[in-house]
Design a protein around this ligand. Structure first.
Ligand SMILES: C[S@@+](CC[C@H](N)C(=O)[O-])C[C@H]1O[C@@H](n2cnc3c(N)ncnc32)[C@H](O)[C@@H]1O
Length: 289
């Protein structure tokens, strides 16, 4: 998956082409929210579950989930804190926040609170959380270093932070994502490779970024996630239900059938029995205050 879908973040301040990158991202995810993670492809949930396991959310703890989307991490964390703990979930997209709120209500998780808030400016009391999670969000932020330094102030002494970003992807996935490149404005290029100085290009880059927030014991766990698609059509509906929809939006209508045909041929080359199997490496960056 081209880490996506988004306003490219370089770890430095907002650039001239991103006049209001946060508002753009909120719009993108509002548009995608109803379809987000609804294609039946296991992608966000396994990443979320692994993150919650790695930060070791315990019963009774207070968790802040930043950029909650439809609640993949929020709901997994809420199961682990139990009702003696709490999960506060924030997202800049009102539609995403609404979905998470509904999912928590449907699951009877009364200890989940969801707020529409810009992660760059979370107005939450300092030292009020034991754990902060943020899955696949950092590369959307106009200044992730500033955001991280604000987030870590929200953690109690000894509190833990866990954030995921994308590592490498297999050759097929790269080739499929490259089909979009001729159409993309610079702000939608892959944050790992779109700029030479991107902190998202390596474990060390992300660790340095997180380390600048005054945390300690920064470490990375990197794992491959096999992602299974029934067919190219399911890949398309999955991609339309992620921030990658913004990339489809850059492709003129007339060019879309041709792009899909080329993507289908590439994807079929990765068929393994009943499924097309693509591989995405996920980087889990962990630290404590
Ligand atoms: C790829 S989704 C990940 C959602 C969720 N963490 C998951 O793993 O499914 C990125 C999410 O970050 C949110 N986001 C991006 N920029 C944000 C910001 N400045 N403040 C709060 N949320 C933001 C988006 O609205 C979106 O819901």
């Amino acid at each position: 998956m081209t880490a996506p879908l988004s306003v490219q973040s370089t770890g430095t301040a907002t650039t001239e082409q991103d006049e209001d990158p946060v508002r753009d991202v909120a719009r993108t995810f509002d548009a995608v929210a109803d379809d987000y993670d609804q294609s039946g492809v296991a992608f966000f949930a396994p990443i979320a579950r692994r993150l919650v396991g790695l930060v070791r959310v315990r019963e009774g703890e207070d968790v802040l989930d930043v950029g909650c989307g439809r609640g993949a991490v929020t709901l997994a964390a809420a199961a682990d804190t139990g009702p003696t703990g709490s999960v506060t979930a924030i997202d800049v997209s009102p539609a995403m926040a609404r979905h998470t709120r509904r999912a928590a209500e449907a699951a009877g998780l009364d200890h989940v609170r969801v707020e529409v808030t810009d992660a760059m400016r979370p107005a939450l009391p300092p030292e009020s959380f034991d754990v902060l999670t943020s899955s696949l969000v950092l590369f959307f932020l106009p200044d992730p270093a500033v955001a991280l330094s604000r987030w870590t102030r929200l953690l109690r002494p000894g509190g833990r932070l866990g954030a995921t970003t994308f590592g490498a992807q297999d050759g097929t996935w790269q080739a499929v994502d490259r089909l979009f490149h001729p159409y993309l404005p610079p702000r939608l290029l892959d944050p790992r490779t779109g700029r030479a100085d991107s902190p998202f290009a390596s474990d060390e880059g992300v660790e340095r970024l997180v380390g600048r927030a005054g945390v300690r014991d920064v470490r990375t766990v990197r794992e491959w996630l096999p992602v299974r698609f029934r067919d190219a059509e399911q890949w398309r509906s999955w991609s339309m239900g992620t921030g990658q929809r913004a990339m489809w939006g850059c492709v003129p209508q007339d060019d879309r059938p041709g792009l899909f045909e080329r993507a289908s041929a590439l994807l079929e080359g990765a068929r393994d029995g009943a499924d097309i199997v693509l591989q995405q490496e996920v980087r889990y960056t962990l630290a404590r205050v």
